[in-house]
Design a protein around this ligand. Structure first.
Ligand code: HEM
Ligand SMILES: *[C@@H]1O[C@H](CO)[C@@H](O)[C@H](O)[C@H]1NC(C)=O
Length: 319
């Protein structure tokens, strides 16, 4: 009896996950025959890197986000300055995105266990982002696979399509809509700021000039971030009160007007997303489930598949 119910339940879960994946051409088992050791290898290298430097988990998660928002998840973010229009030089990326060496390292080790270059850098980013979240205490989800890598970089699109920290809610909603992501995705994915750090120059104006900020919190940040531009610009503050722990502090902080970025606090305080923020603060399981769902959705943005693009041999260089 119990096992009958279980079977029906399993069939149901299978059906739901199957439809989720069939809506794109990506598949969970893409490397099951070609290189079953690929995923465990990615996980191992991510865990080593995060153990060496806890911040790296957030940095890798952000790389995947910036990749997907610029013409789809095609690893174009990884191309270094030797590629024309490298997006490493785009405003939101330059002297800010990090973790490239870890991705190059993963690719090297994955190719070694596979015996050849079969796993794309775009898939490595998607899986490494998931493994980073898990390594810092967050949810696990199954990552659809089969992306291929771009054969060029897109500097202009990077400058236009990556949301900026001075944006207000309507602009943030627009930016996500443009990627096929809705308001709930915006709030859930902004919870990626459960991890990581920001530099003084991106939160200076908020700390010294804005009024919807807790005064004590602002004073603490003033100690880290001097008022005058050019002073302490790269000094770091956590994006939430627990920056190497994937929890709901980010949302709790927003309720207390302790969002670090203007774009964070834009999600709470007399706006239409207040209830979503509250839901996640009071229901961590709901946040985990929605974050995982929205990560899959973001990971499905315009992938190159089939014979499109290439499988790069070195993630930071075109073949
Ligand atoms: C909603 C619009 C978003 C804006 C405006 C935004 C903006 C920023 C900014 C300005 C920083 C600090 C960069 C620096 O100081 O060098 C940052 C860091 C970060 N962002 Fe976002 N972000 C957004 C959404 C996301 C999403 C969707 C994710 C992932 C799901 C994400 C993950 C991260 C992480 C993990 C860091 C810390 C990186 C590190 O410590 O190396 N962000 N973001
Ligand atoms: C505060 O706002 C003023 C007016 O927009 C601006 O000139 C000034 O640089 C801002 N101060 C900081 C610390 O960002």
């Amino acid at each position: 009896m119990a096992s009958g119910v279980l079977n029906v339940l399993l069939a149901f879960v299978f059906l739901i996950s199957a439809t989720t994946v069939l809506s794109t051409s990506l598949r969970y088992d893409y490397y099951a025959n070609g290189c079953p050791a690929a995923l465990p290898t990615i996980k191992r290298v991510v865990e080593d890197a995060v153990q060496k430097e806890r911040r790296m988990g957030g940095s890798i998660l952000r790389l995947h986000f910036h990749d997907c928002f610029v013409n789809g998840c095609d690893a174009s973010i990884l191309l270094d300055e030797s590629t024309p229009s490298s997006k490493r030089n785009a405003g939101p990326n330059v002297r800010s995105v990090r973790g490239f060496e870890v991705i190059d390292q993963i690719k090297k080790e994955v190719d070694k266990v596979c015996g050849r270059s079969v796993v794309s850098c775009a898939d490595i980013l998607a899986v490494a982002a998931r493994d980073s979240v898990v390594a810092l205490g967050g949810p696990w989800w199954q990552v659809p696979l089969g992306r291929r890598d771009s054969t060029r970089a897109y500097l202009d699109i990077a400058n236009n399509d990556i949301p900026r920290p001075n944006m207000d809610l309507p602009q943030l909603i627009n930016s996500f809509n443009k990627q096929g992501l809705n308001v709930k995705d915006l709030v859930a994915l902004s919870g990626g700021h459960a991890l990581g750090f920001a530099q003084c120059f991106v939160f200076r104006n908020r700390v010294y000039n804005e009024s919807n900020i807790d005064p004590k919190f602002a004073d603490q940040l003033k100690n880290i971030c001097p008022r005058t531009a050019g002073n302490g610009d790269t000094n770091l503050a956590g994006l939430d009160s627990t920056p190497v722990c994937f929890d709901v502090s980010y949302f709790a902080n927003l309720l207390n007007h302790k969002g670090l970025l203007h774009s964070d606090q834009a999600l709470f305080g007399g706006v239409s997303t207040d209830q979503l923020v509250k839901n996640y603060k009071y229901n961590p399981k709901l946040f985990w489930a929605d974050f995982a769902k929205s990560m899959v959705k973001m990971g499905n943005i315009k992938p190159l598949t089939g014979k499109q693009g290439e499988i790069r041999s070195i993630c930071s260089k075109l073949n």
